[in-house]
Design a protein around this ligand. Structure first.
Ligand code: C5P
Length: 250
């Protein structure tokens, strides 16, 4: 039975209020909360908002794969050559600071969201050797706890002992519409059908990769976000975490 994240209303979550750490083999002062799910399920926005509400750090692991893809394309490294990618990643300085991401000191937060990077990142994220490099950095980031992390394999592979696991899902049409709107708002001219096809292809890659494939951890709470607003999803998660805020039914 999971313990709730009790905290004083309106105040960021803080360590002394925690009561379940004694049960952990490796004590963490504050919990790790994982959010996994397919592209476009709303994970990034929700995870960011949840982290803010709890006073936790936030980790967008997709942005790590994206940042490495950006650098590979810049340097002409083949995104299908695992050895070259591992070599490149080992000599890269990856910094995550809230929702900003820098590689070798350069802020590429906006640049990594392009459709070109999105497509290439799906290949870079495949080789187990590449994942090992990035998973190690993700675990380092989460070691101290107090983290909301989102991706595909956070609850299943990276933090199997996370105190709270969620899996956000949505229909492919809803996810394609969200992605299309995001790209249009960024000024990228893309055809809706093409975006939908891209999402279907990424779903297939995400679900079939040999290591780190997208799957629902058995102990995760599944939330379908298709007909929910971001606010509704965040309230729902906060309610399930026992922070005493009302949630809607998902
Ligand atoms: O979530 P986002 O679309 O930003 O992810 C970018 C790419 O990184 C996707 O192709 C996704 O499959 C991959 N990824 C991954 N494991 C994660 C997070 C993202 O393989 N934990």
């Amino acid at each position: 039975m999971k313990k709730s994240l009790s905290r004083a209303p309106g105040r960021p979550y803080n360590a002394p209020a925690m009561s379940f750490q004694a049960a952990r083999a490796t004590p963490r002062n504050r919990p790790v909360i994982t959010l996994d799910g397919p592209a476009g399920a709303g994970k990034t926005t929700v995870a960011k908002r949840l982290a803010q509400a709890l006073g936790f750090r936030f980790l967008d692991t997709g942005s790590m794969y994206r940042a490495c893809t950006w650098k590979a394309l810049e340097e002409g490294v083949d995104v299908r050559d695992p050895a070259a990618l591992v070599d490149m990643i080992r000599r890269s300085r990856l910094e995550l600071d809230g929702d900003r991401i820098r590689i070798d000191g350069r802020d590429i937060t906006e640049a990594v969201r392009s459709e070109r990077i999105t497509r290439a990142a799906a290949f870079l994220a495949d080789p187990p050797e590449v994942r090992t490099e990035l998973v190690r950095r993700q675990r380092d980031f989460g070691q101290a706890g107090g983290l909301v992390t989102e991706g595909r394999d956070q609850g299943s592979v990276v933090f199997p002992d996370a105190e709270h696991k969620f899996y956000l899902d949505a229909s492919i049409d809803v996810r394609a519409r969200r992605r299309h709107r995001e790209l249009t708002e960024r000024g990228e001219r893309v055809d809706y059908e093409e975006v939908r096809r891209g999402i279907a292809e990424r779903d297939e890659k995400d679900r079939t990769r040999s290591v780190g494939a997208l799957r629902k951890p058995a102990d995760a709470v599944v939330i379908d976000t298709s007909s929910l607003s971001i606010d509704e999803v965040v309230s729902n998660l906060l309610a399930r975490l026992g922070t005493g805020r009302a949630g809607s039914n998902a």
